[in-house]
Ligand binder design. Structure first.
Ligand SMILES: Cc1cc2nc3c(=O)[nH]c(=O)nc-3n(C[C@H](O)[C@H](O)[C@H](O)COP(=O)(O)OP(=O)(O)OC[C@H]3O[C@@H](n4cnc5c(N)ncnc54)[C@H](O)[C@@H]3O)c2cc1C
Length: 183
């Protein structure tokens, strides 16, 4: 069997941005004519479903648990790394790329990891817009911490234990579970 990740050709830093630019756009008026099936309702599927629906596509999201809130994503608790360099401690897209490749024992696909580092900056903004309750400093700015052995503080995190579940619920517009019977 051949494993083909179909990573676009070209220089490392341009592979995905060039590929994306070369894709044909869908006319906004035609988006509602497309049904998109998203399999999985963890953070990846949930965010994809919400983003596609926001763009105007008809989205159907599926999972195999009894509730989307049971996706493995609710276990995540450390936070999301992004090269925003809010702390002015020397972070950059290239440094996040380098740290991620090294952290993955040089086994990850470099083109995809570069893209991850590149879009990490926008993903935080997207998450905030979609309702992720990231921890904030007293003045209201997003807080960062150093996590996973990195020398810069680039981790955006949430305080509390059940934030990922709340995010998935919010993405997929699920009503919170009825716990009134417990009291
Ligand atoms: C304890 C713990 C802590 C972690 N901490 C962090 C952290 O701090 N930061 C970080 O970035 N990452 C962290 N991770 C990793 C992170 O949680 C996962 O990489 C991420 O949540 C995966 O998200 P996902 O949406 O791809 O998959 P999942 O959340 O696993 O969702 C998979 C979805 O696919 C569905 N599915 C699967 N098979 C089928 C099928 N056959 N038919 C239909 N649906 C199907 C499932 O129902 C589910 O909805 C942590 C992981 C764990 C376990």
């Amino acid at each position: 069997m051949t494993l083909d990740a179909k990573i676009p050709a070209g220089p490392l830093a341009e592979k995905w941005s060039k590929h994306k630019f070369n894709l044909k756009l869908v006319n906004p008026a035609n988006k509602r004519k497309y049904d998109v099936i998203v399999v999985g309702t963890g953070l990846a599927g949930g965010a994809a479903a919400a983003s596609l629906a926001e763009l105007g596509y008809n989205v159907k999201a599926f999972c195999f648990q009894d509730s989307p809130r049971r996706a493995h994503s609710i276990a995540a608790q450390g936070g999301i790394n992004a090269a925003k360099n809010y702390q002015n401690d020397g972070d950059s897209v290239y440094r996040l790329f380098y740290d991620t490749i090294k952290g993955g024992d040089y086994r990850a696909r470099e083109g995809n990891v570069y893209r991850l580092a590149e879009v990490s900056v926008n993903i935080i903004d997207q998450c905030v817009a979609q309702g992720v309750p990231f921890a904030r400093e007293y003045g209201g700015l997003l807080d960062n911490r150093s996590f996973g052995g990195s020398q810069v503080s680039r981790t955006f995190y949430a305080r509390g234990t059940n934030r990922a579940a709340a995010f998935i619920r919010r993405l997929l517009r699920i009503k919170p579970p009825d716990t009134s019977w417990q009291s």
